[in-house]
Design a binder for this molecule. Sequence first.
Ligand SMILES: *Cc1c(COP(=O)(O)O)cnc(C)c1O
Length: 388
Amino acid sequence: MPKKKNSQTALMHSEYTAPTGFDAFPVAIHHASTVLFKNVAAMRARDWQEKSGYTYGLHGTPTSFTLEARLAEIEGGRYCLLAPSGLAAITMIDLALLKSGDDVLLPDNVYNPNRELGNWLDRDFGISARYYDPLIGAGITGLIQPNTRLIWTEAPGSVSMEVPDIPAICAAAHAKGALVAIDNTWSAGLALRAFDLGIDIVMQALTKYQSGGSDILMGAVITRDPVLNQKLQTAHMRLGFGVGMDDAYLVLRSLPTMKLRFEAHDAAARTVAAWLKQRPEISRVLHPAFSDCPGHEIWQRDFTGAGGLFSVLFDARYSEEQTDRFVDSLKLFKIGYSWGGANSLCVPYRIQGMRKNWQDQGILVRFNIGLEDPQDLIADIEQAFAAM
Ligand SMILES: *Cc1c(COP(=O)(O)O)cnc(C)c1O
């Protein structure tokens, strides 16, 4: 018998180890800040950048490594880094690749916090951030300067929904030595094979379809090139980005149903959008699968599906007061940011103030079509039109 420990020590140290060989479908949740090493030599030999072992909780545990590997596989990439939000993933990309004196190009319809980050880098960090027409295509070559390091794309822009010509932008960028990143959240990595179109860096807001529960904030950055991955890993380390393993587990738990959910969102969104298309209150349906949407032909060429998120433009005869009343009158649709969860959402945007050359005078309203029955959602919209 080993010498009996004092009770406090016995609470912490035990000879018992559970038998190995346990196997089940769920990925185990490994919590850790401190990671233990067998001996000093093992501690000294371990490199945090090589994901063949564990060094410190911030750099991952088997739970987060597994999630990273699955996300990389979905996108057709090799490397993946997790960040505490989608926006943190965007920040990591910018700080990994840009330094003072550099230039970054962003689409004029980019996710607004990404634009705000660009403005901040431009104002306070000596990096110029310039905005291009999302439908510019090959014409972007005329904007690329010798110091342009990074070009952001978003497919489609998640408010006004224009679909960019990714292969044309990538070809122009690569010809002049710039990298291209995509915010691929709308397609969940399922409906757009971004790397196959030439993209260097894929960003995902896992907050949306990967989580699927409106309950988690997380982001991912996925790459194929080892040198690029190393730069991103350094930024990830410098920024101290970690994720909670309970959250990583919940995303892992949601992934098996993501394609089924995505296809259900897609089908329901097209049903609702088709109904809206024939309504006199609506002047345009900004859904990439509909011909009203700028870049619709590009969507047809490059995408294999559509998400549940789209926008409409109300006829210009409706005032903001009326469209606000429309949104307030909805019952199944709730008012709130984000999307990709089970519940339908609706948000009005003041698009005219957000964009440089926006022509249309109608009010823009964005719908996230959830998993409710689309006929019930249509009935809800119909009664809100009447209330408007
Ligand atoms: C939500 C979203 C993000 C940011 O994700 P968070 O986890 O909310 O920070 C980035 N891009 C797009 C297109 C999004 O919809």
